[in-house]
Design a protein around this ligand. Structure first.
Ligand code: CA
Length: 571
């Protein structure tokens, strides 16, 4: 693999993906260098910090950074460091920061009549550096990382992963896979026969699973003492059901390890799951609010911290016949339009041959968040929201088996983000305590690559306007649900407030602080603790207000466990 390609892969993973949540292609420059500028600056910034910690040159710091990567990336990264070394020596003087160095190297530029974007504080002589840049660059076109020799293939590969949301490995086309990543078992219950379409999690059992397991819950065969099928005896009256979420990066559980961006915490082990993470779009559905099926983070303890809880785990605890019946149809950057236009079709349920399912429609904020500067046209309008959400409900009406339930969730109030984080130090500023989330927000907005410019913004008016529209869109959803409450014969539909707001209130009542529930790297998503607490809140709401949704407790759970053990597990 080409050296630069590899480093690009690493950088892209670490940074571009954080910021290009809504399909900003890797090839896009963006304003002032956009993602290319950000990648250069963050990597050189970290290399420079490592060089300070270990009293060595920036090149050595970059090589040290490379050494943290798993093979074969490590060797390739070193080659890249060699390739770019001369450029770094030329560009990184004692009066430079990573910001000015990346300007000199053409990854960043400054649009005419605008201020220079920078994430680190500038050094006193930075103006001299800028004059140097002006004198040596006759054009303002930045370098596109993906255009460098050999890199295109890798960039295309990453774009490919991040743009397709159906399982990559699925021989029988039932949308359940035996492969873990690439929208496989991390996202939907594992297929127990990938050669037969009628066999998959959530299927109504074929001939009571007397001879084989058709619904992949691990329960099959005939009880020799009664002569009846186990599936019939243990699950027949249990009212089994699945759980699914149609959502965005919050439901997919987007998470980048803090340790990747903190020069004082970097180590070999935190980069181990790099490829796994890439193939899951940097999401962690197996630990998410709705579909977590792993009950602790032990396997990934280097990069993921906190308790696990989920609606699926609770549904399984309640009725072991529900084993493996989960679908996480959440995509980073999803909003009501992309959900209705494409993402929803990735959800698979057969209206007559499958069991009912409890579906959460949860688009928490992208409808007001992302888009371009200068105009609020990027926000979804009330009418659009109504049309698109109704479109998704109509789609569900064609596919949900009788007895299903759909919860339409309102938007969150992202104003909390700024209040919780603005004065705190971002991981990339850990060494010198010199980068706050406010700086981080301004930098991303300067490059126009923020995942949510509306709320991740130092301008209070913009934040307020964003919240105002979010409230209007929640009202629109409520309106759709009220109007169409009796339109769907196979499922009941309910509007619910976004549980995240409730979670934050409860957490602060307990003496907690908001930032403790937020992702430290992107400063936008809920972290592992937040995901688990949301599951707990959601479940307690279901128990109290919608007991028929969760179904009865299966008295045969202990018997199932004794007879079928872990029911085939999950992976
Ligand atoms: Ca079965």
């Amino acid at each position: 693999m080409h050296a630069i390609a590899t480093i690009c892969f690493f950088l892209s993973l670490g940074l571009i993906s954080t910021v290009s949540i809504e399909k900003i292609p890797f090839s896009r420059y963006g304003t002032n260098g956009g993602t290319n500028c950000a990648v250069c600056t963050v990597v050189l910034g970290l290399a420079e910090q490592l060089s300070v910690i270990h009293n060595e040159t920036v090149i050595k710091g970059l090589e040290r950074l490379c050494k943290f990567l798993p093979e074969p990336y490590q060797g390739a990264c070193k080659e890249f460091a060699d390739f770019i070394a001369a450029d770094i020596i030329r560009s990184f003087s004692k009066d430079d920061t990573a910001d000015t160095a990346c300007h000199k190297m053409s990854f960043c530029f400054t649009e005419p009549k605008t201020e220079m974007c920078h994430i680190f504080p500038l050094k006193p002589k930075y103006k001299d550096q800028l004059e140097f840049i002006q004198a040596h660059k006759s054009h303002r076109v930045g370098i596109k990382i993906c255009d460098l020799p050999g890199i295109k293939k890798i960039c295309d590969w990453i774009d490919n992963i991040f743009s397709k949301h159906d399982p990559a490995v699925d021989l029988d086309g039932d949308f359940h896979s035996v492969y873990q990543t690439l929208r496989g078992t991390s996202w939907r219950g594992k297929d127990c026969n990938d050669n037969q379409k009628s066999v998959h999690p959530g299927a109504k059992p074929i001939d009571n699973d007397k001879s084989f397991d058709s619904n992949c819950n691990g329960i099959y065969g005939v009880n020799p003492s009664s002569g009846r099928a186990y599936e019939e005896e243990l699950c027949g009256n249990s009212q089994p059901r699945g759980v699914a979420v149609l959502g965005d990066s919050i439901s997919a559980h987007f998470h980048l390890p803090r340790e990747w961006f903190n020069s004082t915490e970097m180590s070999l082990s935190v980069f181990e799951p790099l490829v796994f993470m890439a193939e899951n779009e940097l999401d962690w559905p197996e630990f998410s609010t709705v579909t977590a099926f792993m009950n602790n983070t032990q396997k990934f303890h280097n990069v993921l911290h906190g308790p696990v809880d989920s609606v699926y785990l609770r549904m399984f605890d309640r009725n072991h016949c529900n084993h493996r019946d989960y679908q996480n149809i959440a995509v980073n950057g999803a909003r009501s339009s992309s959900m209705a236009d494409s993402i929803q079709f990735s959800f698979k349920r057969n209206i007559s041959h499958d069991q009912p399912v409890v579906v959460f429609y949860a688009l928490v904020g992208n409808d007001v968040c992302n888009g371009h500067h200068d105009t609020f046209n990027y926000m979804t309008t009330v009418d659009e929201m109504k049309n698109k959400s109704l479109n998704t409900l109509n789609f569900l009406a064609k596919t949900l088996p009788k007895g299903s339930h759909v919860f339409v969730t309102g938007l969150a109030d992202g104003a909390i983000l700024y209040k919780a984080l603005s004065d705190r130090i971002h991981p990339i500023g850990s060494l010198r305590n010199d980068v706050t989330y406010s700086d981080f927000y301004d930098y991303f907005n300067c490059l126009e690559i923020s995942p949510c410019l509306g709320w991740m913004n130092t301008n209070a008016t913009i934040r307020e306007l964003t919240t105002k529209r979010a409230v209007e869109l929640s009202e629109a959803l409520k309106d759709v649900v009220t109007t169409h409450q009796s339109s769907f014969s196979n499922f009941k539909v309910y509007y619910v407030e976004n549980p995240i707001n409730q979670v934050l209130v409860e957490w602060t009542k307990q003496g907690g602080e908001d930032w403790q529930l937020l992702e430290p790297v992107d400063g936008f998503h809920s972290n592992q603790l937040g995901q688990a607490m949301t599951a707990k809140t959601l479940w307690s709401n279901l128990e109290k207000m919608y007991p028929d949704v969760i179904g009865p407790e299966n008295p045969n759970n202990a018997k199932i466990k004794a007879l079928f053990g872990n029911q085939g597990g999950y992976l």
